[in-house]
Design a protein around this ligand. Structure first.
Ligand code: ZN
Ligand code: ZN
Length: 266
């Protein structure tokens, strides 16, 4: 069976963030620092390169108070991937920090759960509490991609290629999907926002941006079912990912890590 090299590439951060911002049931007075990082991921085999999510761009960084460290195009170039030539992008969900960089992938087909498009274009978006992590222009751009035949819709579990599968879990958004990648250390699961931090899944303590809390908690079990071991689950926004996995080369410390090799701790 095909195995992939698997990378996480950090493109942005928000240092001024507190524990109370990252847990639904947090003590509202808990103002201990808990920064959040922003990543895209890439699975690379001799046959194909698949990018997972597209990040966000400068306009969203500015309007939302995040620090864009590098464009996703530059981050991917650092590990030898030309964004403009990528043919397949898996979009875990349509929040601004996962779809905002879509224009950097002009040759790509976007793999999306049917339920996510329904969620992002339907009645739930009438409420600020549900729509605040979406950017309407990103969603409407994806509607244009649908009409161009550049969106591949999936409903539930789907094998995209040998050793590469997507799985609907919902919870955080209605149509959130996670990605399972066969690597030389076994099946690794890119959780994306099914678990922002290690602590969300390990303490069963959901992140506060959530469509369905019950499904989010069941998603933690789904991550464990699909991954070789709990050490094969990669949370979507945790700075510890860069601390636990090695950089592909010395020059890429703090920018990218290899997820297809064993983490150092945790
Ligand atoms: Zn999200
Ligand atoms: Zn996110």
């Amino acid at each position: 069976m095909s195995t992939y090299e698997l990378y996480a590439v950090k493109y942005a951060t928000m240092q001024d963030r507190r524990r109370r911002d990252n847990f639904l049931a947090a003590d509202p007075h808990d103002d201990a620092p808990m920064p959040i990082d922003y990543f895209v991921w890439a699975a690379v085999s001799p046959e194909r390169t698949v990018v997972i999510d597209t990040g966000f761009e400068a306009a969203d960084a500015e309007s939302r108070g995040r620090t864009l460290l590098r464009t996703v195009t530059d981050g991917l170039a650092a590990i030898g991937i030309e964004a403009g030539a990528v043919e397949d992008v898996i979009v875990t969900h349509l929040h601004y920090d996962h779809i905002g960089g879509h224009a950097q992938f002009p040759a790509a087909r976007f793999h999306l759960q049917e339920r996510e498009m329904r969620f992002a274009t339907g009645p739930h978006m009438c409420a600020a509490a549900m729509n605040h992590a979406f950017t309407a222009d990103h969603v409407s751009a994806m509607v244009h991609r649908v009409f161009e035949g550049r969106v591949a819709f999936h409903d539930g579990d789907r094998e995209l290629a040998p050793g590469l599968t997507v799985h609907h879990v919902g919870g955080h958004t209605m149509g959130l999907q996670i990605v399972r990648v066969r690597t030389r250390r076994g099946w690794v699961v890119v959780a994306s926002d099914a678990s922002h931090f290690y602590e969300n899944m390990e303490a069963v303590s959901p992140f506060p941006i959530v469509y369905n809390v019950g499904d989010m908690i069941r998603g933690y079990d789904r991550l464990k079912e699909l991954a070789e071991t709990p050490r094969h689950i990669v949370p979507g926004h945790d700075p510890l990912v860069l601390a636990r996995y090695p950089a592909p080369s010395a020059g890429l410390e703090g920018i990218a890590v290899r997820l297809d090799v064993e983490p150092s701790a945790g």
